[in-house]
Design a protein around this ligand. Structure first.
Ligand SMILES: [Zn+2]
Length: 420
């Protein structure tokens, strides 16, 4: 019942939104940008990246990451998030300055190109890594940021899509991974029940995120120029994000700053340059909502170029108008709003589950369901790990569960359980 209602609502929202706004390119399968192929200039060695007006070959990308790690060993190290279907590396540059503090620094995460053909962000992220590392100790803003925030940058999270035609070119890049799956529709979704199995790239990313404590993040895309804040799976009139006002402020600062350097950008969707994702187009299984809902990490979807695969010679222009906004967005982590709240279960007719204690290590008491109801313990992909009939007064033994985040479901309601 509830699910049917949500689906019907989503359909209605989609129709209503498309009547007023440009359809979200992000919502459609990719069409290779054949016209761009003449201008997809590649750098097959590190020196050819000097002016940042080339796309790196896969080998050049690996070499750049390696060189930074060797040049700045006290400032950065490379994490391997995992490998793609075809065995390419999904890498993350961890940048952190002074590490002698006893106080844990807030953790920030940038990730780009989950859609393999949306490659502007890929080069922006590489250039950001270079800028922060080379600016440390010279530029007070970069130095302060790198000293006070643990910064993680994953330049390309779908390398098989980006190098679909081979390691030597991004011409012919595609949106999906090597299994033909759109990775930004493949994350666990709070209320979408039927899900395809998790792809290796996302499984690795989820594991990586579980091992960190990211408080603020962004996922970079292309195809439009707009800041897309949560939720993607609801229209804001149905369920606004609890920090909607904060999001709008942050997005406005990002857009306003970029317009100081180029007034013509962030205008193809609406005049403000930012929008609640669901008001543009409702999607399910996106990473943004996954991060916000399951990790209490404030993640924003940044659509940064109207063309998915920019002409390589236009990359420096995009850096010029985006660089200050990208750096300032990291600094927003110093001014996060209060404790995040997840979204409640929609609908008046669904029970509300309560768990105590949560997080828990041994036993959990469940409240809010009726005797005899079936209680399901699921992983974040929705797979049922265990099932039992609920009897009032009983508690769940979770002592054998590995530490992590799980879902408890009963009677159409779901609640997060954190196992310590
Ligand atoms: Zn995209």
């Amino acid at each position: 019942m509830k699910r049917a209602l949500v689906l019907a609502l989503a359909t209605f929202v989609t129709v209503a939104a498309s009547a007023q706004l440009k359809p979200r390119p992000d919502a459609f399968p990719s069409v290779p940008e054949v016209f761009a192929s003449k201008s997809v200039l590649m750098a097959d060695n590190m020196e050819a990246m000097a002016a940042w007006n080339r796309y790196p070959t896969y080998e050049t990308y690996l070499a750049l990451m390696q060189r930074w790690a060797q040049e700045y060993p006290s400032l950065c190290n490379i994490d391997t998030i995992g490998t793609s279907v075809n065995g390419r590396l999904i890498l993350c540059m961890h940048i952190e300055g002074r590490r002698d503090s006893a106080v844990a620094k807030p953790q920030f995460f940038y990730s780009s190109t989950i859609h393999g053909d949306e490659v502007t962000g890929y080069v922006m992220m590489l250039r950001l890594i270079d800028t922060l590392l080379s600016g440390y100790g010279r530029n007070p803003q970069y130095t302060g940021l790198v000293d006070s925030v643990a910064i993680y940058i994953n330049p390309v999270s779908n390398p098989d899509g980006t190098y679909h035609s081979g390691n030597s070119t991004v011409a012919g890049a595609v949106r999906e991974n090597a299994n033909g799956v759109d990775l930004n529709r493949n994350y666990p979704d709070p209320f979408a029940v039927a899900k395809a199995s998790l792809q290796p790239e996302n499984e690795a990313m989820i594991d990586y995120v579980n091992r960190h404590n990211f408080r603020l993040s962004a996922n970079l895309h292309g195809g439009s120029e707009v800041m897309n804040y949560p939720w993607d799976c609801f229209r804001s009139s149905v369920r606004p994000h609890p920090e909607r006002a904060w999001w709008m402020d942050v997005c406005k600062r990002f857009v306003d700053t970029s317009r100081v350097y180029s007034n013509s950008h962030f205008r193809d969707v609406n005049s403000s340059g930012y929008i609640a994702g669901g008001d543009w187009y409702v999607i399910h299984g996106g990473r943004q909502d996954y991060m916000n809902y399951y990790h209490d990490c404030l993640e924003l979807t940044m659509e940064i170029s109207t063309r998915k695969t920019l002409d390589a010679e236009n990359l420096p222009e995009y850096w010029r108008f985006l660089q200050h906004s990208l750096v300032n967005y990291i600094a927003e982590i110093r001014h996060l709003p209060g404790a995040q709240q997840g979204i409640d279960s929609p609908g008046q007719d669904t029970p509300s589950l309560e768990l105590f204690p949560n997080p828990a290590s041994d036993r959990v008491i469940v409240k809010g369901i009726t005797d005899g109801a079936t209680l399901q313990l699921c992983d974040l992909a929705g797979r049922v790990l265990a099932e039992q009939r609920y009897c009032k007064g009983t508690s769940l033994d979770i002592s054998a569960l590995p530490a992590g985040v799980y879902l408890l479901r009963a009677g159409g309601a779901a609640v997060k359980l954190v196992k310590r």
